[in-house]
Design a protein around this ligand. Structure first.
Ligand SMILES: [Zn+2]
Length: 285
């Protein structure tokens, strides 16, 4: 066991700095006002059955809303550019930019090299929850997704309704891709309604029963044309376990809305990231 240095306390006492100050982060050019929201027209509605996933399409400039129905339920969300599956939600950079849990005003960013907002959160009925006494909060971008590989590693067996498998099957059905190809497009999720944190003593990832109740919703503005997939996690409210058929599970609903005429005047889709991608090769300065 290495000895602590004599100045260990002083080194620990150094104050942290925020990795990515957000003052220069582009904010959404559009956030719906209540009057516009009340004039929205339902364009499509998708019910995600319990322990399954379903895909849905949202056009740039539409609103989509994930709603808890019937009972407390966590959802695992994947997003792709509807025209190019290579551009997909980057939960790690979203976490680095906005924090471990997201809410109103935060944006869901795509990966490199596009790194642009795919969607902006426009309403969160669980905004009131904040950070609880355990350090838990709602809608995390830390938990990756429940998957059969980790389950097999820790417990053995072959459970087929983890969110990873649900999302894989849903994407394969939607696109016609073979299962193995579809699986490669499934990525780390936004854990909608899930209540999570890290334990203070061991730093371990924890979950606790979600505070979500039927009627609660998380609403997004689509910044680009999106293909989404949502899994109703086999963990249900994720209060106990998440890779078995033991938990009470409920469906989720995804509603897509058209905004009223004129609401998007002056708004345009975010362009892809401006970095020149030379990476310093060829003697570039
Ligand atoms: Zn799950």
């Amino acid at each position: 066991m290495p000895q602590s240095p004599q100045d260990a306390a002083a080194r620990r006492a150094v104050a942290p700095v925020i990795c990515y100050p957000t003052e220069t982060l582009p904010r959404s050019a559009f956030l719906p006002e209540d009057a516009q929201r009340s004039q929205m027209q339902l364009a499509s509605s998708t019910t995600v059955p319990a322990r399954q996933a379903a895909c849905f399409h949202v056009r740039a400039g539409q609103i989509f809303r994930i709603t808890s129905i019937e009972g407390p339920q966590v959802g695992d969300l994947n997003l792709w550019n509807a025209h190019d599956l290579r551009e997909r939600f980057y939960s790690g950079k979203t976490r680095a930019l906005h924090g471990s849990h997201v809410s109103t005003g935060d944006r869901l960013w795509s990966g490199f090299p596009t790194l642009r907002p795919m969607a902006t959160i426009t309403r969160d009925t669980l905004d009131w929850y904040g950070i609880d006494a355990f350090g838990g909060a709602v809608h995390d971008v830390i938990g990756t997704r429940c998957d059969p590989y980790t389950h097999n590693l820790l417990s053995g067996g072959h459970y087929h309704h983890c969110c990873h498998s649900n999302l894989t099957r849903a994407l394969a059905t939607e696109t016609g891709l073979p299962l193995a190809e579809a699986e490669a497009h499934v990525h780390d999720v936004l854990n909608v309604f899930m209540c999570t944190g890290f334990t203070r003593d061991t730093g371990q990832y924890f979950m606790k029963a979600s505070p979500v109740r039927p009627g609660d919703h998380l609403e997004f503005f689509a910044e680009i044309d999106l293909l989404g997939a949502l899994s109703a996690c086999p963990g249900g409210d994720c209060g106990a376990e998440h890779s078995s058929d033991a938990a009470a599970c409920h469906p989720l609903r995804v509603d897509v809305f058209n905004l009223p005429e004129g609401a998007l005047d002056g708004w345009s889709e975010p362009v892809v990231n401006a970095y020149d991608r030379s990476h310093g090769a060829g003697g570039a300065p």
